[in-house]
Design a protein around this ligand. Structure first.
Ligand code: MN3
Length: 202
């Protein structure tokens, strides 16, 4: 398969005022694209070239040692951002419905309890990384975070919802106020996409 920068399903300014246009543009065209190009350069001419990036990250032990760090960092950055743009929509926000809503209630007690855990994971992730809602290796709903561009796939998890908490994802608008950015994110969460991922994972 070819590795390409995905086009977004919405305009760069579509998530305003929650996520600003300039951040979206730089984040997608510069940051995401840089991960893609470095990932392509790392796998070029190796046994991994052409394999789906998710498959590569799901099998970290099969990554040749000499390119492992580059693939984990840049393949992770490529895959995480591919997913992140899908997590957001101008028609997003609110709460999930259907089976996902039921499962969140069963596992965490309530939607708000899950949200609180997710916010805590996002705020307390030291330095750069991601907050996640996903299925753990036992298939149970789980909230957590990863450092840098580490993918939950590499520990056998299935990611359902993700939030980028690298400074490049919020600094232009929110500066040092990461909690404000996290709170704003909930207004644009594309629950339809998260529900679809949950159904497919089950
Ligand atoms: Mn980012």
């Amino acid at each position: 398969m070819k590795y390409e920068l995905p086009t977004l399903d919405y305009e760069y300014n579509a998530l305003e005022p929650h996520i600003d246009e300039q951040t979206m543009k730089i984040h997608h065209q510069k940051h995401h694209n840089a991960y893609l190009e470095k990932f392509k350069a790392a796998v070029k001419g190796t046994v991994l070239d052409g394999k789906p990036v998710e498959e590569i990250l799901s099998n970290p032990d099969t990554i040749p040692a000499e390119i492992k760090t580059a693939v984990i960092n840049n393949g992770g950055g490529y895959a995480n951002h591919n997913m992140f743009w899908k997590m957001m929509s101008p028609d997003g926000g609110g709460e999930p419905s259907g089976k996902l809503a039921e499962e969140i209630k069963r596992v965490f007690g309530s939607f708000d309890a899950m949200k609180e855990l997710f916010n805590k994971a996002a705020v307390t992730r030291f330095g750069s990384g991601w907050a996640w809602l996903g299925l753990d290796e036992q298939g149970k709903l789980h909230v957590g975070s990863t450092a840098n561009q580490d993918s939950p796939l590499s520990k056998g998890h299935i990611p359902l919802l993700c939030l980028d908490v690298w400074e490049h994802s919020y600094y232009l608008k929110y500066q040092n106020k990461r909690p404000d950015y996290i709170e704003a994110f909930w207004n644009v969460v594309n629950w339809k996409e998260v529900e679809k991922r949950f159904e497919e994972a089950k």
